[in-house]
Design a protein around this ligand. Sequence first.
Ligand SMILES: [Zn+2]
Length: 53
Amino acid sequence: MRVKYCKLCKKDFPVIFRIQYNSTKQWVFTCENCLLDVKENNSYYRYGGTWKK
Ligand SMILES: [Zn+2]
């Protein structure tokens, strides 16, 4: 299972973040860049932890 795989840019990263960023309230894994992208002015954003290798 590829846990450390960014759902948004679809690459593997050594550190990945678990977040919610839209109204589906599903937890997704993203890299830091994508996290910062979706987090901005986003009232759905919720942080669920950092996953490291
Ligand atoms: Zn990403």
